[in-house]
Ligand binder design. Structure first.
Ligand code: PMP
Length: 426
């Protein structure tokens, strides 16, 4: 069965032929490939074509695909059954691991996706403060919960529907939005409505409007504002957690949030999310407290085994330094090729995540990210794909490095970029 035939069948049966929008290649044009298997830095599609993969299942695959230690941990867990609906030992080990690696998280609750984690986190913020309003940032994506599909990033931004139909106005009205990296705007909003704000949720490194790191002092400034006004600071570390540093963005920037959300890496490729924070807050979650949140499959033994195996691997000494060095090598390679071709181009990177922009200036804001040359990106994307390199199929997604990407993979990628850029500039 070819990619095309599968996509024809899929489109008749699933909206856009996919189970998550950005996979459909709608903004870059063309048709997606269907992956038959993945190993290390590579994906192979059903036609046998190999791609060097910088999507990494959208973040989780930080040690590369199909890592034997993760796979074997899953195989061992599967032998004992797939789901118990009672507590299991791996959940306790997982909670111990997360709280050890991320000290601001004193207690944690496992869920099944990043979306669930952020929805639960704002319920906690609202329940704990008795306030209703939530602050988020334009271009940040926190999953598809109603409160977050207001000026959202990722697919919502890619497809031009940052504020989704189907979100009740009454709900959207409780979500206040701010421009990312603009502390003065946040100060003005809090001065006006600070006493009504339950929590401020932010991607501490934005990764859903391409990749935009926080400006110096920005996260600290938000921390102070929240403290001053009695609002809870929520770091959505679904993407950055365990990636930009072992302790996440909060460790990298030295800023302590009240609540943190996780996903992706902690599941090792299985469907997992988590949220956690100070004990006194988390004890308000059911059944210790009255704020309700539950899950039939939460803390699933197979998912916990995968996540624990991956968290074990990334604790190897120097793991994140090496990942950052590889990311730097890749970004510098792209930059020198673009410079050589005389193309306006810039990159951003933090640890193992990066962004490529067809823009002469360093991109620090949503406005700059959306002003970059998207048509050129689309041509570049297809040029890379044709040369066996899979980048995220949207100009508004971050790229992800893994420890399985070798120097040769990176050199091959940069060489592919030389051809793709030359062709794309026309
Ligand atoms: N928060 C962030 C920062 C994300 O990047 C994502 C997904 N890319 C989510 C939340 C939602 O996670 P999920 O897709 O697992 O629901």
């Amino acid at each position: 069965m070819s990619n095309h035939d599968l996509f024809q069948r899929a489109q008749k049966l699933m909206p856009g032929g996919v189970n998550s929008p950005v996979r459909a290649f709608k903004s870059v044009g063309g048709e997606p490939f269907f992956t038959a298997r993945a190993d290390g830095a590579y994906l192979w599609d059903v036609e046998g074509t190999r791609y060097i993969d910088y999507v990494g299942s959208w973040g989780p695959m930080i040690v590369g695909h199909n890592h034997p230690a993760v796979r074997e941990a899953v195989e061992r867990a599967v032998k004992n059954g797939l789901s118990f609906g009672t507590p299991c030992p791996a959940e306790v080990t997982m909670a111990e691991t997360i709280t050890r690696l991320v000290p601001s998280v004193e207690m944690v609750r496992m869920v099944n996706s990043g979306t669930e984690a952020t929805m639960s986190a704002i319920r906690l913020a609202r329940g704990a403060t008795g306030r209703s309003k939530i602050v988020k940032f334009e271009g940040c994506y926190h999953g598809h919960g109603d409160s977050f599909l207001v000026k959202a990033g990722s697919g919502a931004l890619t497809f031009g529907v940052p504020t989704s139909p189907g979100v009740p106005k009454a709900n959207a009205d409780l979500t206040l939005t701010l421009p990312y990296n603009d502390l003065a705007a946040a100060q003005a909003l809090f001065a006006e409505q600070g006493s009504e704000i339950a929590g401020l949720i932010i991607e501490p490194v934005a990764g859903n409007m391409n990749c935009i790191p926080p400006l110096d002092g920005y996260l600290q400034g938000l921390r102070e504002l929240c403290t001053q006004h009695g609002a809870l600071l929520i770091f959505d570390e679904v993407m950055t957690g365990f990636r930009v540093a072992l302790g996440g963005a909060q460790a990298h920037y030295g800023v302590t949030p009240d609540i943190t959300t996780f996903g992706k890496i902690i599941g090792g490729g299985m469907p997992v999310g988590a949220y956690g924070g100070r004990r006194e807050l988390m004890e308000q979650i059911a059944p210790s407290g009255p704020i309700y949140q539950a899950g039939t499959l939460s803390g699933n033994p197979v998912a916990m085994a995968a996540g624990l195996a991956m968290l074990e691997l990334i604790q190897a000494p120097g793991f994140h330094d090496q990942l950052a060095a590889r990311t730097r090598l890749l970004c510098d390679g792209f930059q020198s090729v673009a410079d050589g071709e005389g193309i306006a181009f810039s990159t951003n990177r933090v640890g193992g995540m990066f962004g490529l922009f067809f823009s002469a200036e360093k991109v620090q804001s949503y406005a700059q990210a959306t002003a970059a040359d998207a048509a050129l990106f689309n041509r570049f994307f297809h040029g890379m794909l044709k040369r066996g390199v899979y980048l995220a199929p949207s100009a508004f997604e971050a790229g992800f490095m893994s420890s399985a990407h070798s120097d040769q993979d990176i050199a091959d990628t940069v060489e592919a970029a030389r051809g793709a850029l030359c062709e794309a500039k026309g």
